[in-house]
Design a protein around this ligand. Structure first.
Ligand code: KIV
Length: 274
């Protein structure tokens, strides 16, 4: 792990990711701290996303809305210190980029400066939002977009609902994706939409799409690390494939430790100083 100073960029840059459109799938996973950042980097992922899902899986909130800029900078800089290869992208939290280009550039600039990450991610696809994205990109800050179910808008979307269904649904998403591409975004997360819809959106733009709950037609895939590892028990959406059961592993290890301490087995001579 490197020192406390932010280091950027990593071996995989936003340009590398941009050039992967239609090529090898872009593997993305979230991380929130240095140890898991290092492990997922060593596993060979392309992008480590420091998601504001930290609000859910790290802090225990029901939504991502309470997450602050300072918290994202803390998580982002922690992850960056563990990663040497993957492109690190930090989520901009709710209410830090929507009101004006000036505010967005100031806050996104702080994230890049204070974390050492390579890019920021933000949610939205309206024309007004795309003009803010264009200004951010113009100021030298790479932006990953996020369309479909956008968790920061949970109060206007009415819950974790699949998006893009119904009349005009696909076209609306295609229009939004094209706006983000025109604004200079280097990639777009597509969350919670039918596989066919995500495929159409993917085929309509020249930048990579990274799906979550969006089927196999995207250019890449992202999962929230504690979900993938089986640490977030009780969260079992249809799209999630769990690759480990770390909740049991942790409980068993700590139970064994407790038994050893209570039984006088640990600490033993091997783990004591003379
Ligand atoms: O915050 C997050 O982890 C995300 C992913 C679910 C894409 O935005």
């Amino acid at each position: 792990m490197s020192s406390s100073q932010p280091t950027s960029p990593k071996a995989i840059t936003t340009m590398t990711i941009r050039a992967r459109k239609g090529g090898d799938k872009i593997v993305t996973v979230t991380a929130y701290d240095v140890l898991f950042g290092k492990l997922v980097d060593e596993a060979g992922v392309d992008i480590v996303l420091v998601g504001d899902s930290a609000g859910n899986v790290f802090a225990g909130y029901n939504t991502t809305l309470p997450v602050t800029l300072e918290q994202m900078i803390y998580h982002g800089s922690s992850v960056v210190r563990g990663v040497s290869n993957a492109c690190v992208v930090v989520d901009m939290p709710f209410n830090t980029y929507q009101s004006s280009s000036a505010e967005a550039i100031k806050n996104c600039g702080r994230v890049l400066q204070e974390t050492g990450a390579s890019a920021v991610k933000m949610e939205g696809g309206s024309a007004r939002f795309a003009s803010i994205v264009a200004d951010i990109v113009d100021s030298g800050i790479p932006v990953m977009g996020h369309l479909g179910f956008t968790p920061q808008s949970i109060n206007t979307l009415g819950g974790n609902r699949v998006q893009g269904r119904g009349e005009g649904g696909v076209q609306r998403l295609i229009d939004q994706a094209k706006r983000l591409e025109d604004a200079g975004a280097f990639s777009i997360v597509l969350e919670l939409m039918p596989a066919e819809v995500a495929k159409s959106v993917t085929e309509s733009v020249g930048i990579p799409t990274i799906g979550i709950g969006a089927g196999a037609g995207c250019d890449g895939q992202v999962l929230v690390l504690p979900d993938l590892l089986g640490l977030n028990e009780g969260f079992k959406p249809k799209f999630l494939k769990q690759y480990a059961n770390l909740a049991d592993t942790v409980r068993n290890a700590v139970k064994q430790y407790s038994d050893d301490v209570r039984g006088g087995v640990y600490p033993d001579d091997e783990h004591s100083f003379r």
